[in-house]
Structures are given as C-alpha cells and as structure tokens.
Design a protein around this ligand. Sequence first.
Ligand SMILES: Cc1ncc(COP(=O)(O)O)c(C=O)c1O
Length: 434
Amino acid sequence: MRETSILDVQRIRADFPILQRKIGDNPLIYFDNAATTQKPRQVLRTMQEFYCTYNANVHRSPHILGQEATELYEQAHENVARFIGADDGREIVFVRSSTEAINLVAYSLLHGESERLRLEPGDEIVLTIMEHHSNLVPWQVLRDKEGVVLRFVGINDDGGLDLEQLKRQVTGKMKLLCCAHVSNVLGVINPISEIERITHKAGALFLVDGAQSVPHMPIDVKELGCDFLAFSGHKMLAPMGIGVLYGRKELLEEMTPFLYGGDMIADVKLEGATWNKLPWKFEAGTANVCGGIALGGAVELKSGRRLEGAVDYLQRIGMEEVRAHERELIEYALDGLRAIPGVRIYGPLNPDERTGVIAFNVIKGGELADPHIVAGFLNDEGIAVRSGGHCAYPLADRLGVEGTVRVSFYIYNTKDEVDRFLEVLDDIVRRKLA
Ligand SMILES: Cc1ncc(COP(=O)(O)O)c(C=O)c1O
C-alpha cells in the first residue's frame, strides 16, 4: 500500500474496524472525514469499558462508581485542556457539538448579566461569508429578533479571506468577530493571528470555529489568542454527541449559563438559584460522560489503567505529523485532480494554505455536472464523498454554484486511495457523464 512518508498508515488502519468494510465488491474508501471521522478500537474500547465498569452519574452519587466516573470525567476535561493549550479543565465546557458551543455563546452574550459582555441592539458582529451555518444562523437570529447588526467579510477569487474588507468592516460598534479557522468547503486556513490582532485592537471578543482545524493541526489557544474556540469530538475520532467550548476563564466566569438545571447549580431556594463553579456552570443536566471520556481519555487512579481517548490517540501520532500527512495527501490529490480535464477546484491550490478538504466540480460540455450525480458514481465504486452545499450556502452562492463534490482526508487515508479515486473520477468524467 502506498502511504505518505509521514505516518505508518498500515498500523493506523488496523485500528479502524470499519475500514475493513466492502461496498459491493469494492473496499470502502472513506473520504468524508470533514462530515465525521471513523473511530479507532481504542476509543470504542474506552466507551465499552466505561459502560461495563464505571457507569454512574457524575458529581452526585457518593458510591464508588459515582466517584470513579466523576474522577474520569474531570480528568477528560483536563486532557482536552492540555491538548489545545488551555490553562486547565475549567476552560473546557463539554457540549454536544460545535453547533451547541456556538449557540451557547450566542445565548449567553445576548442574555448576559454582565454589562460589559451583553449584546445590545445596534452592536455589531463581524462574520465571514464562508461560515458553516452553525456559525451563521445563531447570529442571524440575534440580528432578526434582537437588532444586533451583522457585517460580512467576503473572499478573494482564490478562496482566501478578503482581509482588506475585514479591516473595513470593523467599526467601534463591533462587539464580536466570529470566524472559521478552516473552511469546511474551501479547506482554506484563515490567518487567525492577524484577525485576532484586528479584533482585539477594536476591543471586541473573538470566537473561532475550530470544527475543521482542531482535528487536523496543532492548536494552542494562547497562540491563536481567541476568546472562544468551538469544536466537535466526532470530527476527531471521538463519538458523536460530544463537543467542546473553550472559553477564557475570566469570560466564562462572567457569562450567563445557557441551560439550567442539574449539575450547573450550586444552591437552590424557592426564591432563586446560584450557579456552580466552572466548567460545570455550563454543563446542565446529565452530561455525556462516556463521550467526554472517549474524547479526552483518563487514567483510572486506583488501577492505573488508561482509558484511551481520541485526544490520546491523536497525541500519540503527533498533531504535526497529522498535518504533514494530510498536506502530502492534499498536494498529491490536487495535482491529480488538476490533470483531469474539466475539474474545477475551489479554494487555494497551495497545500500550505489549506487542510485536507477539497471541493470541486466537473464541467462537461460547458455545463456544470450535478455534484450529487458525480458523488453517486463515486459511491458506486465504494468511494464515500459528500456533495451539495455543505451547510455553507452563502459560500456556494459566492462561488456561483448550488453545490460541489467534497473529498476530505484523515490519518488513515493513503495515496493508493487517492489514486483509485482519481482513476474512478477520470472514468466518470470521460465515460459516465453525458
Ligand atoms: C466549520 C464547521 N463548523 C461547524 C460545524 C458543525 O459541527 P457539528 O455538526 O458537529 O455541530 C461543522 C460541521 O461540519 C463545520 O465544518
């Protein structure tokens, strides 16, 4: 098997049972990692072990299972904090997903008890047109119901963010700037440090949507300088239903909770309630304890046994290596795609400027082929890709298309798989499309 020069992909692949699947007679080629990634045995084992050995509700039950589950869950917060360079687990709120993390911030800032943080009618939020709907629609609701003003930053023709326009969109009324670190369509890596400087110079808060960056490259929230970072476990080897909101401690302390009840409470009288300390103040009700441990991993203190989480698995490989492996695959795939007549690639062509997400269309006889049909032909050969607007419709409008075909890579993908994809696509373009 032809691999990249970076990772021992054969060994990695052996950890992913689903990759043994066949689709018809063809081995599965899974190129839909931007939607969700597959899960390694180690993470699946942790989930099974949690339910077979430790299952109990956290922060309430005094028995041994309750104590152990609590200890593991708290450690998982600490491990995730270390993974992204946060100060400690108090800055890590476990939520369901990136979507929930962003909604939490939107709700909390709107209903803020703190005057400094509260969004008022006329306050401005700057967004880019490449945002996933999860980082657009919550802010549109604030605009439509609450009179907050949204200002948008476009892209250049190469798919890069229009930084000059961004600077022009910043006014003294800007309270918040929200930006994807990496576009889930263009794969482009946005210049977060520069955006951070502009945002903070204007005295606004900076929210980074890290759904497509945290799984694919080393991330240090201190280096990014962001106030909030949202990401999803299921896009980085953990199960669905667990995500993270990182927030700077001082901000989270000052912010209003999003959901109410259960663990987020310190004390309740009939007259009112007070909130728990961080991060529990934002984790209302029964948490996804198994998901949190499967993401962050933990050590069972009495036995010393490690329950490996997705973060442990990625750290063992090394995030620099994850990035380098994907970079090699992107370069290889971009070269191959450019050699197929009629393929139009969106986003920058320099692999240093993008991650392992490539959106493209096929032009045949002067017409754009329906991306769903192209994806269907690929599926017939066992190649799983995504087609459509990828929950970023305003970006599709800007690109002048209804949708694209998107391939997206991860640690278990190989150059052999890219070769097979290119061969099948070439055949689709030459023979199958009318
Ligand atoms: C850039 C970006 N932001 C947010 C999301 C939403 O993630 P989730 O569905 O896990 O909430 C996605 C999902 O594809 C994404 O790609």
